[in-house]
Design a protein. Structure first.
Length: 206
C-alpha cells in the first residue's frame, strides 16, 4: 500500500520518517497552513531523500510561475494542487515533467464529476475531508461516499487518518484506491510527525 506522509518541514523529522520506507513525503507551501514549510525547510534535506521517495509540494491557489520556481528550488518531483486550480494548469505542470496530483475536499454533497477534467492530466487524486483550511482538519468524512467514484485515476485516501484506524482501512475497498495520505493524526505538533507511531501503523497495516 502506497503511503504518503504530508506536512513535513524539519530536517531530522524528515530523515526519521523517510527511513521508514514511506513512498512519498509532502511539503506544504501554503502560508495559511500551520504546517507551512517555509522558511524552516532546508532544500538539502529534500536532496538527501532516497531516490525512490516522491517529493511532493502541496500548493493552494498559487500561480503556475510560483509553483514552477518552488519545484525547481526544492527539487520536487511531484505537485499536489489543493485549491481551485484548473485542469489546464495541471496539464502545464505535467508537461514540464512533474507528477501532478489533484486534491478534492469530500463531503456528502460532493459531485465526482468535478474530477472529470483532471482525469487525463493527473497521476492521482487525493480525496480529503472538505474544510475551509484546505486540508489538515483532522476530521474524517464518510468513506462510503467514495463508492460513487467510478474514475480510473487512482486516489489516496486522506482526512483524519490516525493510529487505531488500521482495521477500518483494511475493511475499506475500492478498485482505484492506491494508498493513504497521513498528516495531522500522526503529529506531536503541527509539522512534527511521530515517526514511531507511523512505523507501528505501517507494520500493523502490512
Amino acid at each position: 500500500m502506497f503511503i504518503k506522509v504530508c506536512g513535513m518541514r524539519q530536517t531530522e523529522n524528515i530523515e526519521a520518517v523517510a527511513s521508514l520506507g514511506v513512498d512519498a513525503l509532502g511539503f506544504i507551501f501554503y502560508p495559511k497552513s500551520p504546517r507551512h514549510c517555509l522558511p524552516m525547510l532546508d532544500p538539502e534535506s529534500i536532496e538527501k531523500l532516497p531516490v525512490n521517495t516522491k517529493k511532493v509540494g502541496v500548493f493552494v491557489n498559487s500561480s503556475l510561475e510560483v509553483v514552477r520556481i518552488v519545484a525547481k528550488v526544492f527539487g520536487l518531483t511531484g505537485i499536489q494542487l489543493h485549491g481551485h486550480e484548473t485542469a489546464s494548469m495541471a496539464e502545464s505542470l505535467a508537461d514540464s515533467g512533474l507528477e501532478v496530483w489533484k486534491a478534492f475536499g469530500i463531503n456528502n454533497d460532493f459531485d465526482f464529476d468535478e474530477t472529470l477534467p483532471f482525469q487525463q492530466v493527473c497521476s492521482a487524486f487525493v480525496f480529503d475531508t472538505k474544510s475551509d483550511s484546505h486540508g489538515g482538519s483532522g476530521q474524517k468524512y464518510n468513506w462510503d461516499k467514495l463508492k460513487e467514484y467510478q474514475g480510473k485515476t487512482p486516489f489516496l485516501l486522506s482526512g483524519g487518518i490516525k493510529p487505531g484506524d488500521e482495521l477500518a482501512i483494511k475493511q475499506f475497498t475500492h478498485p482505484a484506491c492506491m494508498g493513504l495520505d497521513l498528516n495531522s493524526g500522526f503529529e506531536m505538533e503541527p509539522g512534527l510527525k511521530d515517526a514511531e507511531a507511523i512505523r507501528i501503523f505501517m507494520e500493523q497495516l502490512h
